[in-house]
Write a protein of this length. Structure first.
Ligand SMILES: Nc1ncnc2c1ncn2[C@@H]1O[C@H](COP(=O)(O)OP(=O)(O)OP(=O)(O)O)[C@@H](O)[C@H]1O
Ligand SMILES: [Mg+2]
Length: 359
């Protein structure tokens, strides 16, 4: 279980230099608006996955006027993670003092889940966010998932390139269709298996928040119609795909359908209810990860009090604490989470002002 016991952040957003020794339990980061709370969570997320949860660009992450942002963390088991992001240069990632070419090993060693205002995109946004959610889990519990995912992405890119030629290159397309179908079936199997395990854990947690909600239905969609082989569909759809210049069915079209009765959840639930649903999904992911691969993830929870009434805040906090994961929570108001009510949990408090820790 990764427990970060040392965290250093330099020149990241408005954080000039942060050096803290987090607790293995709850880390409450509090301070006024614009003080740098979310930036601390963001730095941890960038370290664990290479990506920010609020910007696709590198430049905004680096402190204005500086040229390199760095994040360094070490765990209680002695694993060391280091990252530097420079303007106009490739990121440098280090694991235990050695350069790492990609994020695979780091992401496996430091799984992190975010609950923030962007988490609503899981219900309100397009399928991409829900595929990412599914793939985060499939990546962590099914060791071959990433290879199959990369294989399918390569096939799709090549197939789409041929489809844009303006005339059908049937022989070449066939080779990619076969390969894409094989990889897609493996991806579908991993996603479906993950979703099947996740669903009861989600339902258990969600019912703790809202009671039994018989109208709510979550369904995994694989990206091509049931009872059809993807290979057959790719062959029969070639002309249509050529018209659009891209492959219309496949694992890149999979989704999770979230409905309340006949309506989409996002058209039916209040913001607070949506947040509870997303929290239950993320808590289920953490629970599944520790159950299946015996690894706990870091939770990066930005402004939990927003949108939740005090009893729901307490319910979410209780479930998060039951996971036994290391939590990094932010709040404008330090008392809003009433953490001290949670018995013997180890708590560290960090007060941030203008990009520095003041106490
Ligand atoms: N590249 C950058 N260089 C310097 N400052 C930046 C950079 N990017 C963002 N900032 C500033 O960093 C500050 C901290 O932002 P952050 O989102 O972490 O605040 P916060 O404490 O989470 O605030 P809130 O309570 O409003 O959510 C903001 O004032 C923002 O304008
Ligand atoms: Mg914030």
């Amino acid at each position: 279980m990764p427990i970060i016991d040392q965290l250093q952040i330099t020149s990241f957003r408005n954080l000039a230099e942060i050096n803290i020794a987090p607790s293995g339990g709850v880390n409450l980061i509090y301070g006024g608006n614009g003080s740098g709370k979310t930036s601390i969570l963001e730095a941890l997320h960038v370290l664990s996955s290479g990506k920010s949860f609020r910007s696709a660009l590198v430049d905004p992450l680096i402190k204005d006027g500086d040229s390199v942002a760095t994040v360094y963390a070490s765990t209680s088991q002695g694993v060391k993670f280091g990252l530097s992001k420079s303007r106009n240069k490739r990121s440098q990632l280090r694991l235990n003092g050695k350069n790492e070419g990609n994020w695979e090993q780091v992401a496996r060693a430091l799984p992190a889940l975010v609950i923030d205002s962007g988490a609503f995109s899981l219900l309100e946004g397009g399928p991409k966010a829900r595929r990412r959610f599914l793939d985060w889990g499939a990546f962590h519990v099914e060791p071959t998932f990433l290879d199959n995912w990369r294989r399918a992405a390569k096939c799709l890119a090549n197939r789409n390139r041929l489809l844009k030629r303006g005339f059908l290159m049937n022989e070449e397309l066939r080779a990619w269709d076969v390969e894409l179908s094989i990889a897609s079936d493996l991806i579908d199997r991993a996603r479906a298996a993950y979703f099947k395990k996740l669903l009861p854990l989600f339902e258990k947690t969600y019912s703790k928040f809202v009671g039994v909600h018989s109208d709510l239905k979550l369904e995994y969609k694989r990206g091509w119609p049931a009872k059809h082989q993807l290979e057959d569909l790719l062959m029969t759809n070639r002309e249509l795909d050529a018209k659009y210049g891209s492959t219309q069915v496949g694992p890149h079209r999979s989704d999770i359908d979230v409905r309340v009765g006949n309506r989409k959840a996002s058209e039916s639930l209040s913001r607070g209810q949506e947040k509870l649903l997303v929290c239950a999904l993320k808590i289920a992911q953490g629970e599944l990860l520790s159950g299946v691969v015996n690894r706990r993830c870091l939770y990066l929870v930005d402004d939990l009090p927003a949108e939740l009434d005090s009893s729901n805040r307490q319910r979410v906090m209780k479930c998060l604490l039951t996971l036994g994961s290391q939590l990094f929570l932010t709040s404008v108001e330090p008392k809003a989470l009433a953490i001290s009510e949670f018995g013997d949990t180890e708590i560290a408090r960090f007060h941030v002002e203008r990009g520095t820790i003041v106490s």
